[in-house]
Design a protein around this ligand. Structure first.
Ligand code: CMP
Length: 141
């Protein structure tokens, strides 16, 4: 359940949330919900409008564009931020490849959180830069 010690502990171990204190983490955990997926479930679909930001609590997901796997994300890694930032449709599919639990925040909770805690934007930008470099260095399809 979101807000449970389990989720609060999981969020505390994620670099993305490292700027938040215990009380703020608990608040974030209570503002979101935990979702479970089976292998093969599509969590985010390319081309649709996004309403959520997701953090992998455990399990594994693939970011896919057509038949190409852009990235594999696991515990502590996030996805779904791009549509929330630029208000454009989802840039890729995100599919569970193992039984996976995610913690999800709605657009409005996510935006309010980043506005209230601008320090959250920095780890997110670092991760975006890392993904851009990885995408640039991967062979063209
Ligand atoms: P969004 O566009 O909202 O939905 C699909 C998500 O996949 C996207 O946000 C990112 O979180 C993630 N994503 C897209 N492209 C990449 C990539 N090259 N590497 C890692 N993650 C990606």
């Amino acid at each position: 359940m979101a807000g449970s010690p389990d989720i609060t502990t999981a969020l505390a171990s994620v670099p993305f949330f490292s700027g938040l204190n215990a009380k703020q983490l608990k608040m974030v955990a209570e503002s979101g919900k935990e979702l479970s997926y089976k292998p093969g479930d599509t969590i985010v679909e390319e081309g649709t409008m996004g309403v959520g930001f997701y953090m992998v609590v455990d399990g594994k997901v693939e970011v896919r564009k057509g038949s190409k796997v852009l990235a594999t994300l696991s515990k502590g890694q996030f996805f779904g931020e791009m549509s929330l930032i630029d208000e454009q449709p989802r840039s890729a599919d995100v599919v569970a490849v193992q039984p996976t639990r995610c913690f999800s925040l709605t657009t409005w909770v996510f935006s309010a959180l980043v506005k209230q805690h601008p320090e959250l934007a920095l780890p997110m930008l670092k991760e975006l830069a890392r993904r851009l470099r990885a995408a640039q260095s991967s062979p063209a399809s």
